[in-house]
Design a protein around this ligand. Structure first.
Ligand SMILES: [Zn+2]
Length: 631
């Protein structure tokens, strides 16, 4: 992703309120993202390496992408969990059969216990980007029971209509983090590990950075994405203030966050800045992704990446300010420790540069204000909010008049596979935190424009209702009206030079992956929009659930992407501990033609099958909001 050095709209917002203490020139360079730091940046450094280089051992594996497209059957795409009686829509999607085969005209729905059943017609969707489909809406059915749908001779999984179909999965998702604990024995999973983390990359000195969570299907400890776990857990606590029997208890949440946060606090340098990762890989390789002998000073010690990046710091501040609030009753001294760490990190950084940094600093500023009530954060929020609004495209660009209201990063549309929805999410958080801010209506209007003229219309382009990954700018070729794509593969055309894809380009760089976090992040944005834009609440809730339903089975593979729920789960790319209940996979990606692919053949393809922390975090966070707004 392009990271503009100093795009228009970023003002010296920090300098307006207090003196900026910038670090040395080297660190300023790092603040602009010039070094490979995060998981995605790490992957970006592998562009020249063959697929097999991702693995530490074993023979090269062939790229199975074209074997991974969706088969004609199963044709029924239905969320495996089921539906809440009165929240969201109940939509059945059925892939249309190949040309020459008569499509089914109806479906049967039956209660699996009682004689209750009905038949209803299926309608051929006028157009659907992801293949021709038949659809039916049975939202009027609100009778709690277990059901099954039959189309021709194909049965759906058994699914429920019940108010807790999503809520009851949250303990399983939260339980994922325990499996990922590092530095301790996890009974039945692994003995105590990585007690020798880590030695500094720059000078080789040992620093105690034991603990934290392994991020994914590997053993590395990236900061930003694993801190997102803590942010999601503390938001779960905030959004479900009075847990019911069967819910995750606040005590469990606080214990899990406390465990992870021991590591995060150790990752703060004496200057207040935040180190980027432990064991992320040296020289852009995968060499640190291994078990160790737990003995400090031996050859297998992993490396601490001491680089310091602004967006990582903003995530840190957000987490620590949330922790300050979350522990204020149960452990005031610890709450104070977290707040002090957050304030030190906030003081250490200058103005955000990229759209992603700006959005994270907005989130951080909101949580700092909630934790301190210090008016300095209110003033900063106003400046950050203004800059975030300025980065939205309010006019039509690229010779088309169909969509606008999306965000830009420099001169390109903002496309981020993990933090896809963060800019408008940050504006909603500003609006909630500062209800009397002079610019509050501007912030909300920006989000409404994004909903009305981007998210809603774009999600209607397929029968599945999912939000495409993002927009791309093409260039006019020699021939009039011929558009050259940014990479040599298929893009879908909106109009003019504005293109879109549902899935990441596969020929831009070596690394690309499924869009689970993108969809769940948009589910969170839509759920928060339902809270803060009441006149659009119904449509927002409906669309939020469509994003989550794709992840949980309403997709062209009829595959549930969470281990331990639903059916037809791919076997995860989880090379060190295998199955983790509640783990959610990178999910469905696309091929060069932007058609969905998923590894259902045990190829251990990381791009679609690997567990990543953000998928679990956004799942928890989005559902916790939906439990509030869609009651
Ligand atoms: Zn470990």
């Amino acid at each position: 992703m392009a990271r503009p050095a100093n795009p228009a709209g970023v003002t010296a917002w920090r300098a307006a309120d207090k003196e900026v203490v910038m670090a040395d020139a080297e660190n300023r360079g790092q603040d602009r993202g010039t070094s490979p730091l995060g998981r995605r940046q790490f992957l970006g450094t592998l562009a020249a390496l063959p697929v097999a280089a991702m693995a530490q051992e074993g023979p090269p594996v062939s790229d199975p992408v074209e074997k991974m497209t969706a088969p004609a059957r199963p044709a029924i795409a239905l969320n495996h969990l089921g539906f809440r009686p009165h929240a969201g829509r109940k939509v059945l999607v059925v892939k249309a059969p190949p040309p020459g085969v008569t499509p089914p005209r109806e479906f049967t729905l039956r209660d699996v216990v009682t004689p209750f059943r009905f038949r209803r017609p299926l309608t051929l969707a006028a157009e659907s980007d992801l293949g021709p489909c038949l659809t039916a809406d049975f939202s009027d059915l609100d009778r709690p029971a277990l059901y099954q749908i039959t189309v021709g001779d194909e049965h759906s999984v058994q699914f429920a209509i019940r108010d807790d179909v999503w809520r009851r999965t949250l303990p399983k998702a939260v339980g994922y983090y325990r499996y990922q604990r590092c530095g301790v024995e996890v009974p039945g999973v692994h003995p105590a590990c990585h007690l020798d983390d880590a030695r500094r990359r720059d000078n080789g000195q040992h620093v105690d950075v034991t603990g934290g969570w392994h991020d994914a299907g590997d053993l590395r400890k990236w900061m930003d994405v694993t801190m997102l776990n803590g942010i999601a857990l503390l938001n779960l606590m905030r959004n479900i203030p009075e847990p019911r029997p069967g819910d995750v208890s606040h005590e469990q949440i606080l214990e899990e966050v406390h465990f992870g946060n021991r590591y995060f606090l150790k990752m703060q340098d004496t200057d207040g800045k935040i180190w980027a990762d432990t064991a992320g890989g040296v020289n852009g390789d995968n060499s640190d992704n291994h078990w160790t002998d737990n003995v400090i000073g031996t050859a297998d010690d992993r490396y601490l990446n001491t680089e310091k990046r602004s967006d990582v710091a903003a995530v840190f501040v957000t987490l620590e300010a949330l922790a300050a609030q979350g522990y204020s009753r149960s452990d005031a001294a610890y709450a104070r420790q977290c707040l002090d760490a957050g304030l030190r990190a906030w003081n250490a950084f200058g103005a955000p540069q990229t759209t992603l940094e700006l959005a994270w600093w907005a989130m951080a500023t909101c949580e700092l204000f909630r934790a301190t009530q210090d008016p300095v954060h209110r003033r900063h929020a106003a400046l950050i909010g203004r800059d975030l609004v300025e980065r939205q495209n309010r006019s039509f660009i690229a010779e088309q008049k169909q969509v606008r209201g999306f965000w830009m990063d420099g001169n390109q549309p903002y496309v981020e596979v993990v933090y896809s929805a963060l800019p408008p999410l940050a504006l909603l958080t500003l609006s909630e935190t500062f209800p009397d801010a002079p610019d509050r209506n501007r912030w909300l209007d920006a989000v409404k424009l994004h909903l009305d003229e981007y998210l809603f219309p774009m999600s209607q382009r397929s029968a599945y209702g999912i939000v495409p990954l993002g927009l791309f700018l093409g260039e006019y070729a020699q021939m009039p009206h011929t558009v050259k794509e940014p990479t040599p593969e298929s893009y879908r055309i909106i109009d003019g030079r504005l293109l879109y894809r549902y899935f990441m380009p596969t020929r831009k760089q070596f690394w690309w992956l499924g869009t689970t976090s993108h969809l769940e992040g948009n589910a969170l944005l839509l759920a928060r929009s339902a809270q803060l834009c009441p006149d659009r609440a119904k449509a927002c809730v409906e669309l939020a659930y469509r994003q989550l339903e794709w992840v949980m089975g309403a997709n062209p593979f009829a595959a549930c992407l969470m281990t331990g729920e639903g059916m037809r789960n791919p076997y995860p790319h989880s090379r060190f501990v295998g199955l983790i209940p509640g783990g959610i996979m990178n999910g469905i990606a696309g091929n060069a033609a932007d058609q969905p692919i998923l590894d259902m053949d045990y190829e251990l393809d990381w791009r679609t099958g690997e567990y990543w922390s953000p998928h679990v975090a956004f799942y928890i966070w989005a559902n916790s909001v939906l439990e509030n707004v869609a009651a």
